[in-house]
Design a protein around this ligand. Structure first.
Ligand SMILES: *Cc1c(COP(=O)(O)O)cnc(C)c1O
Length: 393
């Protein structure tokens, strides 16, 4: 084999995801005066049309930032130094968001988890019931924890908060679920939902979003954490230079406009259904690989396996990083690796965004070829199982 590579490399990292040519082309434009009427009108349309993606009527703030920026924006706008927050542990992303909160001067109350199960609503309810003095000001939840492949039940956690009669803000990280899984901000009583551009939204990294309920906006009027760039109150304006706290990320906005058009054309329900179908085909393949009992889904319970990303545990004695490296170097499929305590233990297949059947089958083929090459014990015929699923559904 030579080192020369031809054809497309298949990108199945759980962010960034494939950027459709339409979005790349939409960004291929000269820089413009971002304060001139045409661009101002386009920007305004983005601020409006992102709302139905969150299924909210409330304001959405947009930052030249990645998901970590959105995390900080959510916290710094609503919390005050010393406030307690409840962080149910679902994996690396809940851990890291909690650590960020701690570094900003908040006090974290953890609900421990084993990284193989979703948030337990009963544990949330119990913990909040025990908080007689109302010291907990927010519950931070990751809808799909990309590190573990686990989806948690947002309405069930809302219900737990209501059952406990607790007044904390409900903040949900939808970075890996927006436009890939059903998410209904207003119906589900979420106070802050946050997202980033490079996953289900199919754009390059660089835009962060926070969507806010009235209650969250109200909290931002008295919250005392220091903030400037992230400040929602300042950004409540139509003035372009101020609503982005400086120069607007012009080309990312061109890309976002195209992405919003694409999502509107397909329809959010159909987009979510496509993710459900393609990820089910992937799970059919993975279940086949796991059939001998050597490999395993990281998410123990089938209903907690997300439609955005699948984390797969390799057998003891194997290093998941070897799978990842060979898949990329020899078979042109880029996968995610294990994060933090799952390092070397799982590899992850991202399945968000601009994907279709042959892309999924190609990626699965690359992974299966890798497992075979490395001699990782696995049930044969994963790709066929995925084909069977797609034929039947
Ligand atoms: C990707 C991701 C993040 C981090 O986003 P960045 O853009 O890398 O900062 C946070 N939370 C979840 C659930 C993610 O999937």
């Amino acid at each position: 084999m030579t080192d020369i590579k031809r054809g497309r490399e298949f990108l199945h990292t759980p962010g960034p995801t494939n950027i459709p040519d339409r979005i790349l082309n939409a960004m291929h434009q000269p820089a413009v005066d971002f304060t001139a009427p045409p661009f101002v009108a386009m920007t305004r349309s983005c601020f409006e049309d992102i709302k139905p993606i969150f299924q909210t009527e409330g304001p959405v703030f947009m930052y030249a930032a990645n998901g970590h920026g959105a995390w900080e924006a959510a916290l710094s706008n609503t919390m005050s130094p010393g406030d307690h927050i409840l962080v149910p542990e679902t994996g690396n992303f809940s851990l890291k968001w909690g650590m960020m909160a701690e570094s900003l001067g908040l006090v974290i109350e953890h609900l421990p988890g084993d990284w193989r199960h979703a948030v337990d609503p009963e544990a949330v309810e119990q913990h909040l019931r025990d908080d007689d003095e109302g010291r907990i000001k927010a519950v931070l939840m990751i809808h799909v924890d990309t590190a573990t492949g686990i989806v948690s039940d947002v309405p069930a956690v809302r219900k737990a908060m209501n059952n406990a009669g607790h007044n904390a803000l409900f903040m949900v990280d939808t970075i890996a679920s927006l436009a890939t899984m059903d998410f209904q901000m207003d119906n589900w009583g979420v106070d802050v939902a946050l997202a980033a551009s490079q996953k289900g939204l199919m754009c390059p990294p660089g835009l962060g979003f926070t969507a806010c309920s009235e209650k969250a906006m109200h909290a931002s009027q008295s919250a005392q954490l220091p903030r400037n760039y992230w400040d929602w109150q300042d950004r409540m304006t139509e003035a372009q230079y101020i609503r982005f706290c400086g120069t607007a990320p012009i080309h990312l906005l061109y890309g976002l406009r195209e992405a919003l058009d694409m999502l509107a054309e397909e329809g959010l329900v159909a987009t979510v259904a496509r993710h459900q179908r393609l990820s089910s085909a992937i799970r059919a393949a993975v279940a086949t690989w796991c059939s001998g009992g050597d490999m395993a889904f990281n998410a123990v319970l089938p209903e907690q396996r997300s439609n955005s990303i699948t984390a797969i545990r390799v057998p003891t004695g194997f290093n998941a990083e070897d799978v990842r490296t060979m898949a990329r170097e020899r078979f042109q499929v880029s996968l995610g690796g294990g994060l933090d305590r799952l390092s070397g233990i799982v590899f992850r297949i991202g399945h968000m965004g601009d994907l279709n059947e042959p892309m999924i089958l190609g990626a699965l083929g690359g992974v299966e070829a890798t497992l075979q090459t490395l001699g990782v014990p696995h049930g044969r015929g994963g790709v066929s199982a995925a084909i069977d699923y797609l034929v039947e559904h």
